[in-house]
Write a protein that binds this ligand. Structure first.
Ligand SMILES: Nc1ncnc2c1ncn2[C@@H]1O[C@H](COP(=O)(O)OP(=O)(O)OP(=O)(O)O)[C@@H](O)[C@H]1O
Ligand SMILES: [Mg+2]
Length: 227
């Protein structure tokens, strides 16, 4: 479903480099991406979205070589992917429900409003449908971002620190939502610093450090110090 082959990336005259990144995520798999701050986790997610290109190597989504400059179906690619990024990318002068409906309209959904409401229900936010984002708490905003990522049957969910800045109780609510999403056979790539969550869920873990993937393990534990 997602495949990185010999991917390298560099920024700032080589100050930051990812080198020879190789991994594959199968359909329906849930993986954690961990590593110190600045290791390149967000950059990996952005390559899956084709927001940035690798310097060399190949990125595939659904067997399509999306890292090629010739790849034309960017819109279709992004319709498959729901994202929960730290800055939310929410439209602040639209209500909660309008934010969802807008993101569904690009998927040509038949009943965007119905789908939006059903998605809001899943995250327990239907009572705030007509609120504006600034009237929501951080955890509620996070849930709105998750509702938007889930809505419309997107197959891949990319989450970048979705529990950052949340209190422990709210973080676990968010984790519960991710488990539900995973039960629906979505493919999830979850970048995080939250060791408790990684250690509890026991999913596959990719550790990015010093420009490389230095661990790809199914033991589901969060250890940054592994060689
Ligand atoms: N557009 C850019 N131009 C130049 N450098 C960049 C750019 N985007 C990211 N970087 C650099 O690339 C490195 C990796 O950034 P990235 O955001 O991928 O790290 P991260 O692992 O997600 O870190 P964090 O855990 O803090 O979110 C950082 O040193 C960052 O400064
Ligand atoms: Mg990041």
């Amino acid at each position: 479903m997602i495949k990185f082959e010999h991917v390298s990336l560099s920024f700032g005259a080589g100050n930051f480099q990812l080198e020879d990144i190789n991994f594959e995520v199968e359909r329906g798999e849930f993986i954690f991406l961990i590593g110190p701050s600045g290791a390149g986790k967000t950059s990996i997610l952005k390559m899956i979205l084709r927001e940035i290109y690798p310097k060399s190597g190949s990125v595939y989504v659904d067997d399509q070589l999306i890292s090629s400059r010739k790849f034309k179906e960017v819109e279709k690619l992004r319709q498959k992917i729901g994202t929960i990024f730290q800055d939310f990318k929410i439209i602040y002068d639209r209500s909660v429900i309008e934010n969802l409906v807008l993101s569904l309209e690009i998927l040509n959904q038949k009943n965007p409003k119905e789908e939006a409401l059903s998605s809001l229900k899943k995250v327990g936010l239907e009572h705030k449908a007509n609120f504006f984002p600034l009237q929501l708490s951080a955890g509620e905003l996070q849930r709105l971002a998750i509702a938007r990522a889930m809505a419309g049957g997107r197959e891949i969910i990319l989450a970048d620190e979705p529990t950052g800045n949340l209190d422990p109780v709210t973080s676990w609510e968010i984790v519960r939502l991710f488990r539900q999403i995973h039960d629906q056979k979505k493919t999830i790539v979850f970048a995080t610093h939250n060791s408790e969550i990684v250690n509890t869920l026991k999913k596959r873990v990719l550790l990015v450090k010093k420009g490389k993937i230095i661990k790809d393990s199914r033991d589901g534990s969060y250890k940054l110090d592994n060689k």
